[in-house]
Write a protein that binds this ligand. Structure first.
Ligand code: KG4
Ligand code: ZN
Length: 315
């Protein structure tokens, strides 16, 4: 079964064709990220205008790259939530129009769930075994930080989420504070590798007894530290900041696996690209017999292959 996926929840306009929920035939992503960079964050009005301009071309390109036409498509899957309302409306309206005109089913997909699903996607000649369910899902992106108890594709329960900033948002805000550009995650990840130290320790907000997260206090702690210590070394500050984020993410995800007696951990979202998070999760899971999965880089960030993939199971 060939599913056409459409994703327009934020600054990416994306379309993809995925067969049987796994095989990625095409994956096209256009992004207006560069236009937002000078503002240090996404400007919804700019994002939605680009979506309108690009959606038709991106969908046409996804079909062409898959060597398919609309008659080869069995259903249209689209991100319906969460996201910027103006951006979401473009994708949903386009997908509805397409489904109506071609008399194909329309499948509604939740963007956050699609992020952990990205671990099930495989490229044309890739034969890596698929993750085994049940699993714990850890979604860490610019807009979300959530832990899920995943029994199967239809029975997913949210165990906890951030009470304030998302993990990626914390990376972006701290990078902005230190003039490291936008998005901040990749810059901090690189710089932190040269700043290993145990001199600086920022708070690690555990929120004991809960699977929720909180990162806004950490951002404030970084701000106060840089005001107080005028001669701070930026690489040491970002190392200590990153440690506070990724240690908490690692501890909570592993604890959720232990309590739920689950041996699969599915990580997803932009922050899943972080090298320290990958290392700590791999170290912590190895000794406990947990299989941790990270999507290939192309499926960590926002794309439509994850929407088409999960859409297949929700039809
Ligand atoms: O999943 P995504 O594209 O967007 C949302 O759905 O929100 O994630 C983007 C986020 C940004 O906040 C970016 O700073 C962060 O992912 N990010 C990283 C890294 N690469 C991207 N954060 C930490 N380390 C990285 N290497
Ligand atoms: Zn996302």
């Amino acid at each position: 079964m060939n599913i056409l996926g459409i994703e327009t929840s934020c600054d990416e306009t994306a379309a993809a064709v995925v067969t049987d929920g796994v095989r990625v035939r095409s994956n096209v992503v256009a992004s207006s990220l560069k236009e937002h960079a000078p503002f240090g964050g996404i400007i919804p009005e700019i994002a939605s205008r680009r979506q309108i301009e690009w959606i038709h071309g991106v969908v046409a390109q996804a079909l062409a790259q898959a060597h398919m036409s609309l008659k080869d498509i069995d259903a249209v899957a689209v991100t319906v939530k969460p996201g910027l309302i103006g951006s979401l409306l473009v994708g949903v309206s386009f997908a509805k129009g397409l489904a109506y005109a071609t008399k194909k089913p329309l499948v509604e997909v939740d963007h956050i769930q699609a992020h952990w699903y990205a671990n099930f996607l495989r490229l044309a000649f890739e034969h890596k075994p698929l993750p085994v369910l049940p699993a714990v899902g850890l979604v860490v992106s610019g807009g979300h930080t959530s832990l899920f108890d995943i029994k199967d594709f239809h029975r997913v329960k949210c165990l906890g989420k951030t009470r304030d900033d998302a993990a990626g948002e914390a990376f972006d805000k701290v990078a902005r504070l230190l003039n490291l550009g936008y998005p901040g995650g990749p810059a901090i990840d690189r710089l932190a590798q040269t700043g290993v130290n145990d001199q600086i320790r920022f708070p690690r907000s555990g929120l004991e007894g809960s699977y929720d997260f909180s990162f806004s206090g950490l951002k404030t702690a970084v701000l106060y530290y840089t005001r107080k210590h005028k001669d701070f070394r930026v690489e040491q500050v970002v190392y200590a900041f990153q440690e506070s984020v990724v240690r908490v993410l690692t501890d909570k995800a592993i604890e959720a696996c232990r309590r739920k007696k689950v041996k699969t951990l599915l990580v997803g979202g932009g922050v899943a690209a972080n090298s320290a998070l990958r290392r700590y999760l791999m170290e912590a899971s190895e000794s406990r017999g947990i299989q941790v999965h990270f999507p290939p880089m192309a499926f960590c960030l926002d794309d439509a292959a994850m929407i088409a993939g999960l859409g297949y199971h929700l039809m």
